[in-house]
Design a protein around this ligand. Sequence first.
Ligand code: BEZ
Length: 213
Amino acid sequence: MGTLRLGDKAPDFDAETSEGKINFYDYIGDGWAILFSHPADYTPVCTTELGAASKYKAEFEKRNVKVLALSVDGVESHKDWIKDINETQQTTVNFPIIADEDRKVSELYDMIHPNASETFTVRSVYVIGPDKTIKLMITYPASTGRNFAELLRVIDSLQLTAYHKVATPADWKPGEDVVISPSISSEDAKGMFPKGFKEVKPYLRMTPQPNLN
Ligand code: BEZ
């Protein structure tokens, strides 16, 4: 598999997980998915990350996003480690963790970056849309835990911009004004954005978030 890029079809796979065998596409169903890798079980940053992701379960569900984690350790290791995560992070891990011992999925998704580590996966994040294409990919090194609030914010932007001809500006948060896509003329924008818009520059037009009352 070559390098994956935005817009590419997310490769399907079967995998062993902490919750039994899954098929990726069956697991996602018709909704969105976040697939994220971590370097290894029983490591400190990963323990906090999986705890954080578990606590956001209701937020992921609200957005119709299925969560799936991965490391190259085995099922029994995952199951034992989950007990530690639950205990130390005061949560219950509520999504499967892929046991990618043969690195099939890691290789499919280019999660091993040999100049960072020959053996462990980096902290990759893939967000996959209902059409099974890759909507977002970000990569963190082992030493930096991810910000799950940021991942939710990005998913909010992806879901908004998938259905409306807008884009979200720097540091945007749900509820704040958005920008009108450059492909829309200001003439057409008048009909498309009944709440109106402010033309700061011909290419920079701000409008209230369209899917809010
Ligand atoms: C961690 O999750 O804490 C971690 C994993 C690999 C290298 C460094 C930190």
